[in-house]
Design a protein around this ligand. Structure first.
Ligand code: ZN
Length: 528
């Protein structure tokens, strides 16, 4: 049983400002990290920026800045966004940091000494945007980049090459032995059919044409290819190869650590094929899974190649709160599939799920406990009304299903499971009609309904806490849940909430005026 967890976002390329596509990926990783911590796993969560390469140099010179000045400025914006989104990363790695640079050089030397890297020259179809060479077959008759669809051009360059052919069979065996290594499954098929079967070329791992990169110690004319450089961040951040390598030993080397890389589809080839090859060559352990999340589109535009249809997360968070945006991102688009951001769905999701379901349940429950029991949650008794048993069974089933989904990285399904319990509790109010029970003087039944509702809310608030980082606490505050019960272990026992005093607080989940808010979100989309 793995008892430690290491999760990484891609390191973002700071060629433009951080947008909601970045926020999407990082927020979902944050939710996974918070879930694992909630479950008691020792967890390490890494994000960062990929700062080398010709493109950065070009962007910097256009902005009249040195590359370092240019990346420093953008990196500070990324960091601000993570603060805004309440991202709980343990570290932020930058590939321009000395601690990273020396690990890239060491990786190169290790693979070179193993004779997996040789000097050659390359002629091929080169995509400047992706900084990638393509074969005739891959570039096709129209000479287009298979990744970004831009025109490619023929180029020759002295370069070091990594012997991919030596490891192709190991990669196929890796996929075969670990069907979820590259996930969703369709991505693994894509790796095999699009890249491996047509014949994987040896990978160029150095450049002589780019001086904004990590110099290769064996030959200073060369800098490391940006992908060799970037991928190494996952171990350089842990102190691999340094005297201070405690984190590396704990979160990479230790087989009891589950290692998850979360990435976007456009970089799956590098993570699912080349990164495991580099690690094999260097004799290092492989990650457990590479999870490819889908694209969050705005009006059918790919956000990562935005052409104006960008929504900045900053005004969204300012107006609706960070929890609402986190909830929307994790609930609206099933993690692993493509989805769309539309103002209509955004507003509806917040209204239907948060205001009508969760907010309503909280308000009704707290108000009724104040009205009928002077604000004290009655002690829990099992199976008093004829509807109790079903709710009790659902609480236990929900916790189980939530764990199964989350452990399999099915974030959206896990959250849906928790929300189903909320919906069921609302239905339970309609079924038991507490106002009738009160009128008829059925005190025992009324008490049972109140304690079941309080317990449903309590369990839901804990289960939703990786997403709703403030509001879950707000729910527990209004219920009057003592600190010692605010943990995952406590919810496993049915009916622990009782004899506590509720506090009616502020409205946590305000109902939105649909048309007005849709217009507001639309204005954000147009303003850029
Ligand atoms: Zn391209």
């Amino acid at each position: 049983m793995k008892n430690k967890f290491y999760i990484t976002t891609p390191i973002y390329y700071p060629s433009g400002d951080a947008h909601i596509g970045h926020a999407y990926c990082t927020t979902l990783c944050d939710i996974l990290a918070r879930y694992k911590r909630l479950r008691g796993f020792e967890t390490y969560f890494l994000t960062g920026t990929d700062e080398h390469g010709q493109k950065i140099k070009e962007h910097a010179s256009k902005a009249n800045k040195t590359p370092q000045e240019y990346v420093d400025e953008i990196v500070s914006k990324f960091k601000k966004l993570w603060e805004l989104m309440e991202i709980s990363n343990d570290d932020f790695i930058r590939t321009t940091e000395p601690r990273h640079i020396k690990v890239v050089q060491e990786m190169f030397s290790k693979m070179y000494k193993k004779e997996d890297i040789y000097l050659g020259s390359y002629k091929g179809w080169y995509c400047t945007e992706c900084e990638a060479f393509w074969t005739d077959i891959q570039a096709g008759p129209n000479h287009l980049c298979p990744d970004c669809n831009r025109p490619v051009h023929e180029e020759t360059e002295e370069s070091y090459f990594f012997k991919c052919s030596k490891y192709v069979n190991n990669i196929l065996k890796l996929y075969n032995d670990n069907p979820k290594f590259c996930f969703p499954e369709s991505r693994m098929h894509e790796m095999v059919n699009t890249f491996i079967k047509p014949g994987l070329q040896d990978l160029s791992v150095s450049r002589t044409s780019n001086d904004w990169g990590v110099p290769i110690l064996e030959n200073k004319k060369h800098t490391a290819y940006v992908w060799l450089d970037a991928l190494t961040n996952y171990i350089s951040a842990l102190g691999y190869g340094s005297k201070d390598d405690g984190l590396y030993k704990k979160f990479w080397e230790d087989p009891n650590t589950e290692i998850i890389h979360v990435i976007g589809a456009d970089i799956s080839r590098f993570h699912c094929i080349y990164w495991p090859m580099f690690l094999m060559s260097a004799g290092l352990r492989l990650p457990d899974r590479v999870f490819v999340h889908g694209l969050l589109r705005i009006k059918d535009e790919k956000m990562s190649k935005s052409k104006g249809n960008v929504v900045s997360p900053f005004p969204l968070v300012e107006r609706y709160g960070v929890d609402a945006v986190r909830y929307y991102l994790s609930r609206e688009v099933t993690f692993g599939r493509d989805g769309e951001f539309t103002p209509e769905q955004f507003v509806e999701r917040l209204n239907v799920d948060l205001a009508n379901q969760l907010g309503n349940l909280l308000n009704r429950t707290v108000s009724m406990i104040i009205k009928y029991f002077d604000g004290v949650v009655p002690a829990f008794k099992s199976n008093v009304t004829k509807f109790d048993k079903e709710v009790e069974d659902l609480i236990s089933a929900t916790i189980k299903e939530y764990e199964i989904n989350f452990d399999d990285l099915k974030i959206t399904e896990a959250i849906t499971t928790a929300m189903n319990l909320v919906n069921r509790a609302n239905k339970y109010i309609d079924e038991t009609t507490p106002w009738v029970l009160s009128k008829e003087g059925k005190q025992e039944e009324l008490a049972s309904v109140m304690s079941h509702l309080a317990n449903c809310l309590y369990v839901s608030a804990i289960l939703l806490s990786p997403v709703l980082v403030h509001q879950s606490k707000g729910i527990l505050d209004q219920l009057g849940v003592p600190e010692e019960l605010r943990n995952y272990k406590s919810i496993s026992k049915l009916g622990v909430i009782g004899n506590i005093k509720v506090n009616k607080g502020d409205q946590l989940f305000p109902r939105l005026e649909v048309n007005k808010e849709i217009e507001y979100v639309k204005s954000l989309m147009q303003s850029k």
